[in-house]
Design a protein around this ligand. Structure first.
Ligand code: SAH
Ligand code: SF4
Ligand code: F3S
Length: 480
């Protein structure tokens, strides 16, 4: 292999594949800003949208400290990896990436390398022992401390801050929008998680649940509208338990009320949110969605399993009948067109073939538009790791997962097919990947719609008559 290719391999992160919406084996790289600041930050983000949003906060904090961002690792003075621990594979990806970056660092001794996010929180100072070339380890609630920590590292020391907080929401920090199309943005409304799903590492890596000041959320959304944005997605691990109260106790806002406040900013602003927890999603939220045209008719409602015994072992605190009732409430209040998506875990501890069949039958019942499906990956320190045996053979997990994916595909295709022959209001997000002459956007249900561009531009709302579907996108033409 030539030196050139070898170097390129080092400097190119693994390809980005995932949907903007969900945790995945995805990676985002900071784009370059050129404002003449002295040092350059290269930040690569893994995991879920929360991490991507946190990287925007980190960039904002470091911008004030004299760092521009760069999209080229080769130009960087500081490299940060914002990491994910959700499954073992996510951590392996980061370790592989770190060893590549460390190769680069050996040739550039002044380079500083830091690890942020969930893996930093999970492994803490062990990171410095395991990965000798890491200089900096910072957990998700300690980003305000980055300037001080970087000074320590500049002084030749290693620096760690992995303290979790009960208050930190970064409410006052205006994120630097990275990887933004200028049309759609993510707004974090809460941090942490108080649910103890037995498989999940998030409560350990992100700490206690806390809701961000409602005024700062609404203000951030207003600012986005003023800057030309047309869509916001409100983010939290469990948005339905959003609850903020003013210090003097005179004001209190729940999720349905927050949703309404954001929807009222402008009828031209689309509002989305993620993630809803089946135990907490209320009819009040569903009625609020029904009242406002601009709240998109799409709910991400992870089931994890279709079997009540497994759900109990997972500590999800709802059972199958409860979940089915929530799906029926969505259909009743928002109609059959409302899109629903799920996450499913195949091969959780002691799951039988019959219980796996229950997951398939729940997919049939719910007719999901989309599914994010995984096989179970034991995470150290979780309830399941401590109390339950990870006893389903890998081949069985993978086979069950494939059956879940195949079943989900059938419904996704059917959901796309039922949209053909109708007019959809589409927010144009940009050029289609396939052709210069085509634009791409999404309908309220979050389905991708592709059509000849005509005179429409990014950021416009257009009515598209859908004539066909590929099974993963709708194809059509603009109508008046
Ligand atoms: N707060 C969201 C989930 C965030 S994690 C919720 O409650 O639904 C995203 C998804 O990763 C989860 O929904 C789950 O399906 C999956 N996941 C989490 N831990 C996992 C594990 N140990 N193994 C496999 N998948 C896991
Ligand atoms: Fe994890 Fe459960 Fe919290 Fe979701 S609700 S982040 S799955 S503990
Ligand atoms: Fe997100 Fe991964 Fe952490 S999914 S919350 S970055 S463990």
């Amino acid at each position: 292999m030539s030196q050139q290719l070898f170097t390129l391999d080092f400097l190119t992160p693994p390809p980005a594949t995932a949907d903007a919406h969900q945790p995945a084996d995805d990676v985002r790289v900071s784009p370059s800003t050129r404002t003449g600041r002295q040092r350059k930050l290269y930040i690569e983000s893994y995991g879920c949208q929360m991490n991507f949003s946190d990287s925007e906060i980190v960039s904002s904090i470091l911008f004030d400290e004299g760092f521009d961002t760069t999209e080229n690792l080769a130009d960087a003075d500081l490299v940060l990896l914002n990491t994910c621990s959700i499954r073992e594979k996510a951590e392996q990806t980061v370790r592989m990436r770190l060893s590549q970056i460390n190769g680069h660092k050996k040739r550039h001794p002044g380079l500083l390398v830091g690890v942020l996010g969930c893996m930093a929180e999970r492994l803490k100072s062990k990171f410095l022992e395991e990965e000798k070339l890491v200089d900096l380890v910072v957990g998700p609630d300690a980003y305000r401390d980055l300037p001080r920590l970087i000074q320590e590292v500049d002084g030749g020391q290693k620096a760690v801050n992995v303290l979790l907080s009960r208050e930190e929401t970064y409410a006052d920090i205006t994120p630097v929008r990275l990887n933004s199309n200028g049309i759609t943005a993510f707004v974090s409304i809460m941090r942490g998680c108080d649910n103890m799903c037995s498989f999940c590492v998030v409560p350990f890596t992100r700490g206690r649940e806390r809701s961000r000041d409602a005024h700062s959320i609404v203000q951030e959304c207003r600012d986005l509208v003023a800057a030309g944005y047309k869509e916001v997605t409100l983010l939290g691990q469990n948005v339905d338990s959003y609850k903020w109260a003013s210090e003097d106790g005179t004001e209190s806002v729940n999720f349905a009320q927050l949703l309404e406040q954001v929807a009222l900013i402008s009828p031209e602003l689309r509002v989305r949110f993620s993630t809803s927890h089946p135990k907490d999603i209320t009819d009040e939220v569903l009625y609020t969605m029904a009242r406002h045209e601009n709240i998109c008719k799409y709910i991400h409602l992870p089931a994890q399993s279709g079997n009540s015994r497994v759900l109990k072992l997972m500590n999800r605190t709802y059972d199958r009948p409860w979940y089915e009732e929530r799906v029926q409430a969505i259909r009743r209040i928002l109609g059959e067109d409302c899109a629903i998506s799920t996450d499913m875990i195949s091969g959780f501890c002691s799951e039988t073939e019959e219980e796996h069949q229950d997951t398939l039958s729940l997919i049939d019942f719910s007719q999901y538009d989309m599914g994010y499906n995984f096989f179970y990956s034991e995470r150290p320190g979780t309830l399941a790791a401590r109390k339950l045996e990870d006893d389903i053979p890998l081949e069985t997990k993978k086979r069950r997962l494939q059956e879940v994916i195949d079943r989900q595909q059938l419904h996704a295709r059917a959901r796309y097919a039922r949209m053909v022959g109708r007019v959809h209001r589409v927010l144009v997000e940009g050029r289609s990947k396939r052709s210069e002459e085509q634009l791409s956007g999404r309908n309220s249900q979050n389905q991708v719609v592709i059509f000849p561009k005509g005179t429409a531009q990014k950021g416009d709302y257009v009515n598209v008559f859908v004539t066909s579907t590929t099974g993963a996108a709708l194809l059509g033409e603009i109508v008046n």
